[in-house]
Design a protein around this ligand. Structure first.
Ligand code: 3HC
Length: 693
């Protein structure tokens, strides 16, 4: 055994050299790993006894990509291109042996190898697009040479992790290994290649698939058109497409030059900086300073849910998908049946769309039990209450749960507004009470706000954070305050939007500005989608607000074909003359003098109000860090990830500029615009949210 460096060692078995990389946690291509590959392959080539080389990784995965933490730093050690050239130009076959994930630069290393073998559980992908990048080490030029441009377009623009069996079918993986037997199978494969005298297959020289697509620009035009909505606002997907186009139309080295130029442009741009920030923000959110990593975790093997409405049913699906049985409780049989029917319907729709089989539907439905009494929750490890937002009702439920549930069960509420300290205090075990705030639709939205009270125990927090990962959610720990983090900031945006309508802007003006900023929809379109009658009571409505008047006309949103907007049968929205008249009459009656509000002002008032509130949340320690707020907004509210999140965006705009404008608004509009002292402090110290410890 020869240690090449701290990240690589070389051993031999017969006439096969095994270059083994070991750089936890994910064998990312740091300078040490690149050097290890370069020098290790060189040493194996120099050894006359070696006839073939296996490149394999220790730990949980094959190389998961370039080391993102090195981006933007000074170049050190061998470049990735040097390492790849050493592999590709080796006179002895180099075989990549893949387990875990071969991602980004990791797959690009494997693509420079002459052959690839993988275990069935392995996955391959070029996920750079999710970091606002494109594969910058030949991935866009080599991948289409194996899988063809259509499949390559799909892979580089989605970043999907493709299962090994599928990679095998499209030729990306040459040979399958037995699970758990990668090393031995890779060595056997290498010996076979040598014995059969198989040629050194260089992907760069395989031109048939790209040549077949030459002169067919419609491949790219159609792809752009089909995905225009999905790619809106993002730079990276288009750049990735241009690279695949270059692979089709240019010789390999010229294609490589196009890839390099576009890669550098993305790497140094704002979008990729924001998306890389978001990548680490999501992972940092898991780290809770006062909850140590070794905090014991409670077992969650059975979950109870109270309320089989849209929210309760959606929440249940998360656990069923993860193989955790659920008991769901409703008051009336009819409501219970309806709730279970909706869950089944959702699953059947997914099965129809080919996402899984009907057998899976039955398996999941077999894990959910309906009940009409909370007594059925006695043996649950976690109970989540998901009934309507009334404190008296919640208190009654938690008093019951305290009596019914076994000791050590976690008692959670899905409230999005109420004081969870108060809810916990009706029980004899407030340390077991926590908020699990799911977002609608709960089976789809990735965000989970985990709300700790003053008394929530550390192991309840640790268990909830881990559970979130098990059910595929992005969790952010927040404190108790009206609206927690997300809705509290949303309320500020809503307030300013409503005010601007009374000053002369139309709902569609405001929506357009926020849509162009990158949100999937603006606040008024969102209200129409949610239903304008949420919390509206017909018998009590006196036409006091624009919303009241719309609801009174049965314009209750998309579901009634009209709300702020008019909708056609395909739910396409059109500005409504009816709404416009209601607003104009309303404004005239109020005596206000309508004015034209600029797009800049719309953006500033909606977003600066959020930034100011975010700063207050930090000041009150209701969020641990600014990046946690960004994770909430990106994953729960459609904030465009290529702008990082409201706090990251605020730093990029410049806090002095934002504060100055907030002060102007305060002077003309009053108290609601009072700047957060934290914002003032940061500006005085020349710092940004990113500098907060
Ligand atoms: N660089 C640096 N650190 C990385 C990393 C990378 N490429 N990938 C993961 N990490 C770190 C994470 O930050 C995390 O650190 P922490 O424990 O301190 O928070 C740790 O590794 C474990 O990561 P996860 O918590 O995400 O672990 P999972 O097991 O859930 O997921 C994974 C593993 C699927 C590999 C996931 O981490 C991932 O998707 N990583 C990014 C993969 C990627 O985007 N690769 C392309 C990079 S860009 C590139 O290669 C450019 C090239 O074309 C030139």
């Amino acid at each position: 055994m020869t240690a090449i460096n701290s990240a690589a060692e070389l051993t031999t078995q017969g006439d096969v050299a095994i270059l083994s990389l070991n750089s936890p946690p994910v064998n990312a291509l740091s300078a040490g790993v690149r050097d290890g590959i370069h020098d290790g392959i060189k040493a194996a080539i120099a050894d006359p006894a070696v006839k073939a080389i296996v490149l394999i990784c220790e730990g949980r995965t094959f190389i998961a990509g370039a080391d993102i933490t090195e981006f933007g730093g000074a170049a050190k050690g061998a470049s990735l291109f040097d390492a790849q050239a050493m592999i590709e130009n080796s006179p002895k076959p180099v075989i990549a042996a893949i387990h875990g994930t071969a991602l980004g630069g990791g797959l690009e290393v494997a693509l420079a190898c002459h052959y690839r073998i993988a275990v069935p559980s392995a996955k391959c992908g070029l996920p750079e697009v999710n970091l606002g990048l494109l594969p910058g080490a030949g991935g866009t030029q080599r991948l289409p040479r194996i899988v063809g441009p259509e499949k390559a377009l799909e892979m580089v623009t989605s970043g999907q992790h493709v299962p090994a069996e599928q990679c095998h079918r499209v030729g990306l993986v040459d040979e399958m290994a037995k699970e758990g037997n990668l090393k031995a199978d890779a060595i056997a494969f290498a010996e076979k290649l040598v014995a059969e005298g198989r040629p050194l297959k260089k992907v760069r020289d395989q031109n048939d698939k790209v040549e077949a697509a030459r002169g067919k620009p419609e491949i790219f035009a159609d792809f752009r058109k089909a995905n225009a909505r999905k790619f809106r606002g993002f730079k990276a997907p288009e750049y990735n497409i241009q690279c695949i186009e270059a692979a089709v139309n240019l010789p390999f080295d010229e294609g490589m030059a196009v890839e390099r130029k576009l890669f550098v442009e993305l790497l140094t741009g704002e979008q990729s900086a924001a998306q890389r920030y978001a990548f680490f923000a999501e992972r940092t959110a898991n780290k809770i300073p006062d909850v140590p990593d070794d905090t014991p975790i409670r077992k969650i093997e059975k979950v109870g849910i109270i309320g089989a409405g849209t929210m309760g049913g959606g929440i249940a699906m998360n656990f069923l998908n993860a193989g955790i049985p659920v008991t769901i409780v409703e008051v009336q049989q009819e409501a219970l049946d309806r709730g279970l029917k909706v869950v089944r319907g959702n699953y059947e729709r997914s099965a129809k769309n080919g996402r899984f089989t009907m057998e899976t539907v039955e398996k999941r439905m077999g894990m959910i039990t309906g009940a009409l009494s909370q007594d059925a929750l006695a043996d649950c490890d976690l109970v989540i209450e998901a009934v309507f937002e009334r404190m008296d009702v919640k208190k009654e439920i938690f008093t019951n749960l305290d009596r019914i549930c076994k000791p050590g069960a976690i008692l959670a509420t899905n409230t999005s507004a109420l004081n969870i300290d108060e809810i916990g205090d009706v029980t004899s075990r407030p340390q077991d009470v926590i908020g699990l705030h799911f977002f609608s639709p709960a089976n789809v939205m990735r965000l989970l706000e985990i709300v700790r009270t003053d008394k929530t125990a550390n192991d309840v927090i640790a268990t909830s954070m881990k559970l979130a990962k098990t059910i595929g959610k992005v969790a952010v720990l927040v404190g108790v305050a009206p609206g927690f983090v997300g809705n509290r900031m949303l309320a500020q945006r809503g307030r300013e939007s409503q005010k601007m309508v009374l000053e002369g802007a139309m709902p569609w003006d405001i929506d357009r500005v926020l849509y162009d900023f990158g949100f999937p929809m603006g606040p008024f379109a969102m209200s129409d989608l949610a239903g304008l009658d949420l919390g509206w009571v017909k018998s009590e409505s006196k036409g006091a607000t624009i919303r009241d008047q719309l609801c009174e006309l049965d314009r209750r949103g998309q579901k009634t074909g009209a709300g702020y907007y008019d909708y056609d049968e395909n739910r396409n929205a059109k500005p409504s003359p009816v709404t416009e008249k209601i607003i104009n009459d309303f404004v005239a009656k109020s005596g206000a003098n309508p004015r034209t509000i600029s797009d800049d002002e719309i953006l500033e008032r909606t977003l600066y109000a959020m930034v100011n509130e975010g700063a207050k949340i930090l000041e009150e320690k209701k969020a641990i860090r600014a990046s946690d707020i960004d994770v909430v907004w990106v994953n729960g509210y459609g904030w465009p990830i290529y702008r990082g999140g409201p706090m990251h965006w605020a730093d990029s705009v410049g806090l002095p500029k934002i504060l100055a404008r907030i002060k102007e608004f305060e002077a003309t509009m009053g108290e609601q615009w009072k700047p957060s002292p934290l914002l003032e402090k940061l500006v005085a110290e020349g710092k940004g949210f990113k500098d907060l410890k």
